[in-house]
Design a protein around this ligand. Structure first.
Ligand code: CU
Length: 309
């Protein structure tokens, strides 16, 4: 019973996040001649073309808002469209969250029993990790043809996720093949449920392509998998407060305003076992962390600190 309740609370939290603001700006990712798919957020929106080719695609996420956002691409089961998502899933989550915000976990749990069965067939296929406001992130992913939901579920301070406020878009990945080839990584990062995030303790400053190898994948209590977010620690930043902020099983965490001492620089959202995603980042000297947006990230070794000289 207790386990079910926890599951429900965290499942609720999964959809209930929101996004926040950030004042620091990182230098934009450098341009290249490769084709990029531009995704723009002005406020609580995703602006991009409705359909894209399959295969390797680079997403250049331009966050023009003052708050942190991310996006994850969720492949919908055959025959399911965003209309189903909006009409059959969102109202159930809203109902459950409204109860939970009032502290009525039992009614919230009852509401989640109405989650449509097809939701079990949704698979996350990566996206741009958490990105501070007024900054740009670039992530390269391999996508099979299909219908995807693009979502941000960072939360407002009251627990309302951005997906309820408009950060949800349908993206069609067509049979047409992309011209892009798999990027070459300057550095590789690996992530698994057993070993956590593995990288190296220090690198020199520069503009790099990072490869993220998903050795395995699993659903955590918040009903999503592990991912990799790159964060620069400003003066006085505490790792504990970052871990507490990013905890998706607390419905009032992962919310705006995010702690000012952290600069979120993107990364690679969760994708299936055996897949590899890439992200670019320009690193100035300083202290950085690779962190996964999962509950209890520290004990799960989903936090990796490194220095840039
Ligand atoms: Cu958002």
């Amino acid at each position: 019973m207790k386990k079910n309740l926890f599951f429900t609370i965290t499942l609720g939290s999964f959809m209930i996040f929101s996004c926040s603001k950030k004042e620091e700006k990182e230098a934009p990712v450098t341009e290249s001649n490769d084709p990029v798919i531009e995704v723009v957020t002005n406020a609580m929106d995703f602006q991009m073309e409705d359909s894209i080719p399959s295969g390797w695609n680079t997403f250049r996420y331009v966050n023009k808002s003052n708050e942190a956002h991310f996006f994850v691409l969720e492949k919908l089961p055959d025959g399911i469209r965003l209309l189903n998502y909006e009409n059959e899933l969102i109202p159930v989550f809203k109902e459950g969250f409204d109860f939970m915000k009032l502290g009525n976990m039992e009614e919230g749990m009852k509401a989640f029993e109405k989650i449509p069965q097809w939701f079990g067939g949704v698979v996350n296929h990566g996206g741009v990790g958490i990105l501070s406001g007024n900054s740009v992130g670039e992530t390269t992913l391999f996508l099979d043809p299909g219908v995807y939901a693009m979502e941000c579920y960072i939360r407002m301070p009251d627990g309302t996720p951005h997906v309820f406020l408009g950060m949800l878009k349908e993206v069609i990945v067509t049979d047409e093949a992309s011209e892009l080839v798999e990027p070459q990584a300057d550095y590789n990062i690996s992530i698994s449920s057993t070993e956590g995030i593995q990288f190296q303790d220090s690198i020199t400053a520069g503009n790099f392509q990072f490869g993220v190898e998903f050795e395995d994948q699993q659903l955590y209590e918040h009903f999503a998998g592990h991912d990799v977010n790159l964060v620069k620690l400003q003066e006085g930043a505490s790792l504990d407060s970052l871990v507490a902020w990013i905890n998706p099983s607390n419905m009032f965490a992962l919310s705006s305003p995010e702690p000012k001492e952290f600069v979120f620089m993107g990364g690679t959202e969760d994708m299936p076992a055996g897949k590899k995603g890439y992200f670019k980042a320009e690193l100035a000297p300083g202290n950085y962390v690779l962190i996964s947006e999962v509950p209890d990230a520290l004990n799960r070794k989903m936090v990796y600190s490194f220095k840039v000289y």
